[in-house]
Design a protein. Structure first.
Length: 244
């Protein structure tokens, strides 16, 4: 079982306590119900209107020395994978969260197609699906934002392609030329495939048939591929909270 304060379990958000932030809190001040919202501000200077602190948090612990000029209190917020909050030090190095209005999130970690699907679901997201030209353009934008526009090496270098949640329907290990989303829903969108002969359903004796799709970082075109290849991948939010 993971330790509750393991590095990968938490992410920083842009919320800090600016009032009454220079002492350890008393016991009767602990807990989410005792939080005074007007003491907490986001980096855009908006006052907090919601909190979800873990049991008996925030406690505003301190470390360092006043004499050495290193004294600091836990005045910033970290959130764990279950959505609970804790106060932490501004000097602590952690993953961080940005405000993003897009539908798609592209991750640079290179994984197989199946692992990409599992990674998205593990963090409450969905494996990315594409239903229109607008979706495809937005996904390419997200890929450029996350990975940059400069390509690496040859055209089929794995870094130049992003896994998406599209697959060919298979019967007894043979492709049917019918493409679906990863959840089995039929793909009604007609993508712009990488070359005239794509998808070509190439077959290798030890790998089977190419039956999943990847998006090119160069131009957003698609290619069919083998699941085992390790590439960046795209997840998407179940619902969009703002407009792209």
């Amino acid at each position: 079982r993971s330790k509750p304060y393991k590095y990968g379990q938490w992410t920083l958000i842009g919320l800090s306590k600016r009032i009454n932030n220079d002492r350890k809190l008393d016991k009767d001040e602990l807990g989410n119900d005792n939080v005074k919202l007007d003491e907490w501000f986001y980096t855009n200077n908006h006052v907090a209107n919601y909190t979800k602190f873990h049991q008996e948090m925030p406690d505003q612990q301190s470390k360092g020395s006043v004499k050495k000029g290193t004294k600091e209190y836990q005045n910033w917020i970290q959130i764990n994978k279950k959505g609970y909050w804790d106060d932490t030090y501004s000097s602590k190095s952690l993953p961080y969260t940005c405000e993003y209005c897009g539908k798609y999130i592209v991750l640079s970690k290179h994984v197989s197609w199946d692992s990409a699907k599992a990674h998205c679901e593990d963090v409450g997201l969905l494996f990315a699906t594409v239903n229109s030209d607008a979706d495809n353009r937005e996904l390419l934008f997200a890929a450029h934002a996350a990975l940059g526009e400069e390509l690496g090496g040859k055209r089929f270098n794995n870094s130049n392609w992003v896994w998406i949640g599209e697959q060919e329907e298979m019967i007894d290990g043979v492709g049917t030329e019918t493409w679906t989303h990863h959840d089995g829903e039929e793909l009604e969108y007609s993508p712009n495939w990488d070359k005239k002969r794509q998808p070509d359903n190439w077959i290798l004796p030890t790998r089977g048939e190419q039956n999943v799709a990847a998006l090119s970082r160069k131009d957003g075109k698609w290619d069919d591929s083998f699941k085992h290849k390790k590439r960046p991948f795209a997840c998407m939010c179940p619902e969009r909270s703002c407009q792209f």
